[in-house]
Design a protein around this ligand. Structure first.
Ligand code: NAD
Length: 443
C-alpha cells in the first residue's frame, strides 16, 4: 500500500528510464525543495553511470525489482511506451505513487490494468502532460475564458514535423518509436498526438465525434511517418477542432528540443488568439497574439521555452511532486481525475466508410484520445469521412471537385472520390446552395 499523501516532507523520487526525456523531466526536480531524487534505474549500465550527476547520492539500479524495493514515495516512469504498463503496475504494486510519461499505454486494456492497479494499491497514478503547462497555451486559455475574443467558435492546430535542426535523439530511441509505428501507433498521430488532443480537451472538454485522414510517408525501408494527416473532431459543446500535420524533412527548424513547428489558434465570434510556436523556435513573433476589435496585441515577455513546461508540470501545486505547503497532494487517479488524462469517446470509422463507431461504457477509459481510434498507418489508410454530408449527384460532385482541384493545383488531374465529397460539401455550404445535414452522431 502506498504511503498516503501529502507527506509533510520532501517527496522521495525514483526515476526509471534515463533516456532522452529524462533531460527535461529533471528540470522539475532540480532545485525543487519539495522533492529529492533518491534512486535511478536503467537497464543500460553505461547510461546509468553517465546520468544523474545532479544527484550523486542517489542509489543506482540496473534491476527493476531492486529499484522498486528502494525507499521512494513516487516513481517517475520514463521507459519506452510499450513498457509503461508492466513498469507502472510493478511500481504501484510495490507501494509507490506513479507519474508516467504520455502516452499512457499502447492499448486500452493496458490502460485499464494500470488504473485497476492504482485503485488496488490505493496509490496515485498520473499521466504526465506538459503542453497544458506551457505558459503561452495557458495564456491562450485565459484569453478565451476572459471573453476577449467573444464566444469560441473553432480550434485549429497546425504542426510541421521536420526532424532537421533540433537535439540529438539516439537511434535506439527512434527504433522503438518506429516499431510502434509499424503497429499502427504512429509517432505523430499517436505519440505526439497525445499532447495535441490533451490541449483540445483541456480547452474545450470532452469530444463526441472524431474524423481522420491519416497519411503514410515511407522514409526508409519499413520506416513510416504517419503524415500528411488531418484529424477533425467535435466537442460535446458543438465546437469543432482540427489538427493538421505535415512532414517536411528538409525544412531547417531551430530548436533546443524536437523540431515540431506548431501553431494553436482559437477563433472566437469577434477575434482570435493564437500561439505561434511551442516545441521549436519557429515563428519569431510574440508567442501569443490576440486579435479583437481591429487591433492585434502581442505578448512578448512570456516564458515560451518549451522545456519550462516540464518544470511547471512537476511543480504545479497539488501534483505528486509537491510534498509540502497548503495544497493537498492530489495526483490524478484514473481517467476521472482532474482532467489530465484525456478521455475521449471511441470512434472507429472503418476505412472508406461513413459510419462512425459507438461510444460504449467500456471505452470510457479512452486514453490516447483520438489516436487509438484513427487507424493510423494502415496500408490503405487514406480515407476521409466527410465532415458535412450534402445530398448531391455524382455529376455535380465531380464537376465541383474538379473546379476546386484545378484552382488549387493548377491542374486538371482527377481528385479522388473521397476528397470530392468533402470539397463539394464545403463549396455548396459556402455558396449557400445547401444546408449541411448533421453528420451521423455517435450514440
Ligand atoms: N512529454 C514529452 O514531450 C515527451 C517527449 C519524448 C518522449 N516522451 C515519452 O517518454 C517516454 C520515454 O521516451 P524517451 O524518448 O526518453 O525514450 P528513450 O528510449 O530515449 O529512453 C528510455 C530509457 O528507458 C530504459 N529502459 C527501457 N526499458 C526499461 C526497463 N524495463 N527498466 C529500466 N529502464 C528501461 C532504456 O534503456 C532507455 O534509457 C516515452 O513514453 C515517450 O513517449 C515524452
Amino acid at each position: 500500500m502506498a504511503v498516503p499523501l501529502p507527506l509533510g516532507r520532501p517527496v522521495r523520487v525514483g526515476i526509471v528510464g534515463l533516456g532522452r526525456i529524462y533531460d527535461l523531466t529533471i528540470l522539475g526536480y532540480r532545485g525543487n525543495p519539495d522533492a529529492e531524487v533518491v534512486a535511478l534505474c536503467d537497464l543500460d549500465v553505461e547510461r546509468l553511470a553517465d546520468r544523474g550527476t545532479g544527484w550523486p547520492d542517489a542509489a543506482r539500479f540496473s534491476d527493476l525489482d531492486a529499484f522498486l524495493a528502494a525507499d521512494t514515495d513516487l516513481v517517475e516512469v520514463l521507459v519506452p511506451t510499450p513498457f509503461h504498463c508492466e513498469v507502472v503496475c510493478a511500481a504501484l504494486a510495490a507501494g509507490h505513487h506513479v507519474n508516467v510519461q504520455k502516452p499512457m499505454a499502447v492499448t486500452l486494456d493496458e490502460a485499464d490494468r494500470m488504473i485497476a492497479a492504482a485503485a488496488e494499491a490505493d496509490a496515485h497514478l498520473r499521466v504526465m502532460e506538459n503542453f497544458i503547462f506551457y505558459e503561452p497555451l495557458r495564456v491562450l486559455r485565459e484569453v478565451v475564458e476572459s471573453g476577449a475574443i467573444g464566444p469560441p467558435a473553432g480550434l485549429h492546430m497546425k504542426m510541421v514535423a521536420t526532424g532537421n535542426g533540433g537535439w540529438e535523439v539516439p537511434w535506439e530511441t527512434w527504433e522503438w518509436y518506429f516499431q510502434m509505428a509499424g503497429k499502427d501507433r504512429g509517432i505523430l498521430m499517436y505519440d505526439d498526438g497525445w499532447h495535441k488532443y490533451s490541449v483540445a480537451r483541456w480547452l474545450f472538454g470532452p469530444v463526441r465525434e472524431v474524423r481522420g485522414w491519416v497519411g503514410r510517408t515511407e522514409v526508409g525501408p519499413g520506416i513510416v511517418i504517419d503524415a500528411p494527416s488531418t484529424v477533425a473532431w467535435e466537442h460535446t459543446s458543438g465546437l469543432r477542432g482540427t489538427w493538421d500535420v505535415t512532414f517536411a524533412p528538409d525544412m531547417l527548424m531551430r530548436s533546443d528540443y524536437y523540431t515540431n513547428d506548431e501553431r494553436f489558434e482559437v477563433t472566437g465570434r469577434k477575434g482570435f488568439v493564437r500561439v505561434n510556436r511551442c516545441t521549436a523556435r519557429g515563428l519569431q513573433l510574440p508567442s501569443v497574439e490576440v486579435y479583437a476589435d481591429g487591433e492585434l496585441r502581442g505578448y512578448h515577455a512570456l516564458d515560451d521555452d518549451w522545456g519550462s513546461s516540464f518544470r511547471t508540470q512537476t511543480r504545479a501545486p497539488g501534483l505528486p511532486a509537491h510534498g509540502r505547503g497548503s495544497g493537498a497532494l492530489v495526483g490524478q487517479r484514473g481517467p476521472g481525475g482532474a482532467g489530465l488524462l484525456p478521455r475521449c469517446p471511441r470512434v472507429l470509422p472503418p476505412p472508406g466508410a461513413g459510419a462512425p463507431g459507438r461510444v460504449t461504457r467500456s471505452n470510457r477509459a479512452q486514453v490516447s484520445a483520438v489516436l487509438m481510434e484513427v487507424p493510423a498507418a494502415r496500408p490503405s489508410s487514406r480515407y476521409w469521412v466527410p465532415v458535412t454530408r450534402v445530398r448531391v449527384t455524382a455529376t455535380q460532385r465531380s464537376e465541383l471537385a474538379m473546379r476546386w482541384w484545378s484552382t488549387v493545383r493548377g491542374s486538371r488531374a482527377a481528385p479522388t472520390a473521397s476528397s470530392c465529397t468533402t470539397v463539394l460539401a464545403l463549396a455548396r455550404v459556402r455558396a449557400g446552395t445547401a444546408s449541411p445535414t448533421r453528420p451521423s452522431r455517435v450514440r
